[in-house]
Design a protein around this ligand. Structure first.
Ligand code: LCS
Length: 389
């Protein structure tokens, strides 16, 4: 693996064999590994020798895939997890202790918010949901006990953009760590570790796998100590990705750069169409000049991504009628797959948040979210047009 290669090359080659034999990393379907003898087993457990012991601890197929993730994000180590939420919970709980305080973007995937407010709070970790697009608000939210800042940029589903480099500086000055959920961008469009973040997390379920047939997640770091800590945490929490699913996502990633290009082109065209439609009140999309952080988006991201949210003039009733009327765009949660999906955040992906939390985060009753797929853009536009009519 050549670290100087660009992401599109890593998509195809990183973590794949480079010597005589199969061209594709084989699926090593075993839960456990035989030791040479008793001393060998003891030496592996004691860390005196390196090798495979047990698949929850490490597996060759998974390891090859994790190397690919690390290369793509410009990190040194990746950890594949059983879901995006396993990555979120392991990345946060793996670093937090009772008495710590966490600052988190208020516009995040619903369960990330409720993991902090409803679950981690029981273990004495406090959290504040903050508008992380505003550096002054982040500064004001800091306490002496703040150990972690968790951001999602663009945020789900409002597409609010936080300044990764500026936040990384602020967080480092205060001796805390910055975790960035990069799910909406994929490493093709944004690489937070290169902007100073300490940890990147992903839901692999979305763009990285891209084919809506796997649930998975990842944690990527650029620091040996953090890696060892997370490997240990993941081994104890147990939410690892299986070899077969690692193989599937590794295969999906081969076309990631191509797919992201098409997602961006299609979403840009659909966002412009929606913005000019008389039934649409407001469109949230980082590729539109009307986006409040449009300039920051252009600096920080190399494309706007494939997710759009918008509000209809007729509010939720109009949105419900529209969602019931699409044919090509499937009414389903999730995003980042090759197929276009449409959903209603307030009653679906963000239903677990309280009304106050949603209101604070800008998730209105009338907000509809579309994940724009890689189909023919004219067909997607025609479907949305007839549904709006
Ligand atoms: N992070 C972000 C930004 C997400 O959008 C999601 C899932 C997760 C983490 C969790 O990943 P998972 O465990 O599902 O792999 N977002 C979803 C969504 O917007 N609709 O359905 C799932």
């Amino acid at each position: 693996m050549n670290p100087d290669h660009k992401p599109a090359t890593h998509c195809v080659h990183a973590g794949q064999p480079e010597t005589e034999g199969p061209v594709v990393t084989p699926i090593v379907a075993t839960s456990t590994f035989r030791f040479r003898d008793a001393d060998h087993g003891a030496a592996l457990f004691a860390g005196r020798e390196t090798g495979y012991i047990y698949t929850r601890m490490l597996n060759p197929t998974v390891k090859a895939f994790e190397d690919c993730l690390a290369a793509l994000e410009g990190g040194t180590h990746g950890l594949a997890t059983a879901s995006g939420m396993a990555a979120v919970s392991t990345a946060i709980a793996g670093l937090g202790s009772a008495g710590d305080h966490v600052i988190c973007s208020k516009a995040v995937y619903g369960p990330t918010c409720t993991f902090l407010t409803d679950f981690l709070s029981r273990f004495g970790v406090e959290s504040s949901m903050v508008d992380t697009t505003d550096l002054d608000k982040v500064r004001a939210a800091f306490r002496p006990s703040t150990k972690l800042v968790v951001i999602e940029t663009p945020g789900n589903p409002t597409l609010a953009i936080s300044d990764i480099a500026a936040l990384a500086g602020l967080v480092r000055e205060r001796g805390a760590r910055l975790i960035v959920d990069n799910t909406f961008m994929s490493p093709i469009l944004q690489q937070p570790l290169r902007l100073g973040a300490d940890v990147v997390i992903h839901s692999l379920t979305k763009f990285l796998n891209g084919h809506a047939d796997v649930i998975g997640g990842a944690i990527i770091v650029k620091d040996e100590e953090l890696y060892r800590l997370y490997r240990r945490a993941l081994n104890h929490y147990g939410g690892v990705l299986s070899p077969f699913e690692s193989f599937l996502v590794h295969r999906g990633i081969k076309s990631l750069a191509l797919r992201m290009q098409r997602h961006c082109e299609n979403a840009q065209a659909i966002a412009e169409f929606l913005e000019s439609h008389p039934a649409v009140e407001r469109v949230h999309f980082p590729g539109l000049a009307s986006h409040p952080q449009y300039e920051l988006a252009r600096r920080q991201m190399s494309g706007p991504g494939g997710v759009i949210s918008f509000e209809l003039r007729g509010g939720f009733d109009a949105g419900r009628r529209m969602m019931n009327a699409t044919r090509l765009c499937a009414l389903a949660v999730s995003l980042g797959g090759v197929e276009s999906l449409i959903q209603h955040p307030a009653s679906m992906t963000h239903a677990g948040m309280t009304e106050d939390q949603r209101c604070e985060a800008g998730i209105t009753e009338g907000l509809v979210r579309v994940s724009v797929g890689i189909e023919d853009v004219g067909d997607i536009r025609a479907d949305l047009e007839q549904a709006l009519a």
